[in-house]
Design a protein around this ligand. Structure first.
Ligand code: ZN
Length: 69
């Protein structure tokens, strides 16, 4: 059975996850746009399982200097 996958955007400073979008067949268009936006704002894109997304550390570190929106 295939595990559901998602793309995440990681903060280049604190490495915490600040964006995630499901990688599903009916989400391709939106995903491409979202990932493009993330790359434009300098995030590190990574593909991981939903499980990994759930376990990831979300939101910027309080010390992170990158947060600007
Ligand atoms: Zn950060």
């Amino acid at each position: 059975m295939d595990e559901p996958m998602a793309y995440i955007g990681r903060c280049p400073e604190c490495k915490h996850v600040i964006f995630a979008s499901a990688d599903t067949p009916n989400n391709k268009k939106e995903l491409a746009k979202d990932v493009g936006d993330c790359i434009k704002s300098g995030l590190e894109i990574e593909r991981m399982s939903f499980e990994g997304v759930r376990k990831a550390t979300w939101g910027h570190d309080p010390q992170c200097k990158y947060k600007r929106r």
